[in-house]
Write a protein that binds this ligand. Structure first.
Ligand code: CTP
Ligand code: CA
Length: 225
């Protein structure tokens, strides 16, 4: 049994977790997306349920079974994800943004499928999407709400992570080091959780459920204080 499943330390808490990756329409059949599987967000939702929380999982384009006991809200685009997260945050003790949100979307989605017509179509011009985590961190729904972000960085991980944490105004930022010259199979997938209070907690490479449990441990400390 996991530690959290024994002590139900999140009983009575409501948490919102976003997972997966947004899709930004180019036309009715095409989109700009990313490779997020949703596994980390789903692991966070499942472990929170196991620790007694009431969980809303905002899921963007994920091909995984619903975690038992969580309320799942399906979304497609970054703007839909924003609406669902903002709708859920008022009554939430914790919001975790594990989703990969597309930074940009096509200015306007074509109403009809773009067809081959001899010449290549023109370039797709892009608009920046709203930064949901920044909105959550900068304008708290209520005092004491804990906001958690995720980031993948390639180099100067701590420096970039610290800067991102400060810019977003969140309480915790889970930073994954990707690439950056580190050998595969060693420390490659280590995460460091940076706290707004100056703490840095290393999480050893391991299953996503274990990382999720460590994140809830850190969240729990902030909820208690
Ligand atoms: N995020 C968000 N809304 C966006 C972009 C990102 O809420 N429009 C959230 C992600 O869910 C993640 C965190 O912000 O929790 C960090 O995402 P990341 O892509 O690392 O940061 P960006 O601010 O987009 O900066 P950049 O991609 O330029 O590094
Ligand atoms: Ca980004």
């Amino acid at each position: 049994l996991r530690r959290g499943a024994l002590d139900s330390d999140l009983a009575g808490r409501h948490v919102v977790v976003s997972a997966g990756g947004t899709r930004e329409a180019i036309d009715p059949v095409r989109f700009i997306g990313n490779r997020s599987s949703g596994l980390q967000g789903y692991a966070l939702a499942a472990t929170a349920v196991a620790r007694g929380a009431s969980v809303t999982l905002v899921s963007a384009n994920v091909a995984l079974p619903d975690p038992a006991g969580a309320k799942v809200v399906r979304v497609g685009s970054a703007r839909e994800l924003r609406e669902a997260v903002l709708a859920g945050r008022a009554g939430a003790d914790v919001v975790v943004m594990a989703a990969a949100v597309a930074d940009f979307r096509p200015d306007a989605a074509a109403a009809s499928k773009i067809k081959k017509s001899g010449a290549a179509p023109g370039p797709i011009s892009l608009t920046e999407n709203p930064d949901i985590l920044l909105e959550l961190g900068r304008e708290r729904a209520h005092a004491g709400q804990v906001i958690v972000g995720f980031a993948a960085e390639t180099d100067n991980v701590l420096e970039h992570g610290r800067a991102k944490l400060a810019r977003k105004g969140c309480d915790l930022l889970v930073v994954n080091q990707v690439g950056g010259g580190r050998a595969f199979g060693t420390a490659d997938n280590q995460a460091v959780v940076l706290g707004a209070d100056g703490t840095a907690t290393e999480i050893a490479h391991g299953p996503k459920e274990d990382l999720a449990d460590r994140v809830w441990d850190l969240v729990g400390e902030r909820l208690a204080s």
